[in-house]
Design a protein around this ligand. Structure first.
Ligand code: UD1
Ligand code: MG
Length: 440
């Protein structure tokens, strides 16, 4: 089957699955029906608008070289920006609906006649406003990164800054900072442990983690939008499992809120992936990685399921931990660590790094490499008579996969990583709904 036909088939199946899931979820929830309707429109607009903006972005020098193609063509980058803008407009359009009972032209803040409606839910308005502000700030900082190519030592803190509005809302509305302890630890520390200010540190770390880990599992067509799409769909499935058959109103409300944010996110991401899929017509840019990471972190925090969210980030956690020796400069970290193209075969191979090439490697760096080699997580390409590693694969999940499975086309490499992402989501559901009873 031709590549483009396969791509269309994959995306059509993904679209049908998403719309089907969303319609099923919305059953019985009026606001969700509105959200699904607006999301379908947002997805269609995104898929139509992105190709029209390509030349404008190239003219503005918002473009990049498609490194893993023989032609090395220049294609528009930062397409996460229009995607995020359409997403935000969708949220703006949706905002009045949860407050419809108050739009009766009487400008009242209390429904004396109907106690079921009661007083205007300012906390709900605050919740959605803080979410929008955090996502919007992250998009702005992501765009700054795409335009200015900010150094990692500065940009690593961007998500922490953008997350502040969210934490202020959390502090003034929920303020819950205790965590439920595993059964095994309860005799020693009690059922609940109040983390206090550490809980806010945890939330900041979660935001930093979600945004940057998507950005470092990157560099091949379709991977950034693909992983965000699968995590988004996993969150939607998790919300659905909670909403149906759950009588706890607070819990249902939290997961409905998550769906209001996730359904349009999945819709616009799917449209973006459509154009970013191999062979990519555009790049998503850091703007998209930050936008996606922040949106997912926001729903995890405000929906009170941050631990489950972390489980959906399993491949990103592995990729981050595996990357640590390079990220923290124990061994050299080149500007780009994506795989390399073999021009003779057109297949991707793991990219490599020369150890001690530019500056001598520390004893700790050597130890880390030896450990990774011992547990089979390192492919050594060159070593000296003393057994010192002189060249090995760059420490990313993509390179590890290629080093173990052998050369692959760029498309198949993306598909393999996305299959890993789907399998990890299945594992996450198993842990969350089956294994969890052993611990909680
Ligand atoms: C992160 C990674 C870097 C990886 C890069 C790829 C770390 C610490 N940084 O850096 O190793 O090489 O992402 O995105 O892990 N590109 C392609 N094909 C694609 C996507 C991107 O060729 O499908 C290239 C384009 O030239 C594009 C560039 O990668 O312009 C984008 O890189 P950028 O997002 O600026 O890199 P970082 O996020 O800083
Ligand atoms: Mg990037």
């Amino acid at each position: 089957m031709a590549t483009s036909t396969r791509r269309d088939l994959f995306l059509v199946v993904a679209t049908l699955f998403t719309v089907g899931l969303a319609v099923y979820v919305a059953n019985g929830h009026e606001n969700l029906k509105v959200s699904v309707g607006l999301s379908v429109i947002a997805g269609l607009i995104t898929s139509q608008v992105l190709p029209k903006l390509k030349q404008t972005f190239v003219n503005a020098r918002l473009s990049g070289v498609d490194v893993l193609k023989k032609e090395r063509s220049i294609i528009p980058e930062t397409m996460g920006l229009p995607t995020a803008i359409i997403y935000l407009i969708t949220l703006f359009a949706f905002m009045p609906f949860p407050f419809f009972a108050w739009f009766d032209g009487k400008a009242r803040l209390v429904h004396e006649d109907d106690p079921m409606i009661g007083t205007f839910p300012y906390h709900k308005l605050g919740e959605i406003l803080s979410a929008i502000l955090a996502i919007q700030s992250m998009v702005l900082l992501g765009f700054a990164d795409d335009v200015l190519d900010v150094r990692w030592r500065y940009k690593v803190w961007f998500p922490a800054i953008a997350g502040i509005p969210l934490l202020i809302f959390y502090y003034t509305n929920f303020g819950v900072t205790y965590v439920v302890m595993p059964i095994q630890l309860r005799p020693y520390v009690g059922d609940l442990v109040d983390l206090g200010v550490l809980y806010y540190v945890y939330m900041e770390m979660l935001i930093i983690f979600c945004t940057h880990t998507i950005n470092i599992l990157a560099g091949i067509n379709g991977i950034e939008a693909g992983q965000a799409l699968i995590i988004g769909l996993s969150v939607i499935i998790n919300d659905t499992l909670f909403i149906f058959g759950n009588d706890d109103r607070a819990s249902v409300e939290a997961h409905l809120f998550s769906l209001y944010l996730m359904i349009p996110f999945v819709a616009v991401t799917l449209a973006l992936l459509w154009h970013n899929w191999f062979p990519a017509k555009l790049f998503v840019g850091d703007t998209f990685c930050y936008f996606a990471g922040m949106t997912l972190a926001v729903v995890g925090i405000l929906g009170h399921f941050s631990k489950t969210l972390v489980l959906f980030f399993l491949p990103q956690i592995v990729n981050f931990l595996y990357s640590c020796p390079q990220l923290f400069r124990f061994i050299e970290c080149p500007r780009h660590r994506m795989p390399r193209l073999d021009p003779d075969t057109g297949l991707l191979k793991a990219s490599t790094v020369k150890i001690g090439g530019k500056k001598p490697v520390s004893a700790l760096g050597k130890l880390m490499l030896k450990f990774l080699r011992a547990i089979g997580l390192l492919r050594v390409y060159q070593s000296n008579a003393q057994g010192d590693i002189l060249e090995c694969n760059n420490l990313t999940l993509i390179n590890l996969l290629l080093a173990h499975l052998g050369p692959m086309t760029e498309r198949n490499t993306t598909v393999s990583i996305l299959i890993v992402q789907i399998l990890c989501s299945c594992l996450a559901f198993f842990i969350r709904y089956k294994l969890v009873t052993l611990v909680y």
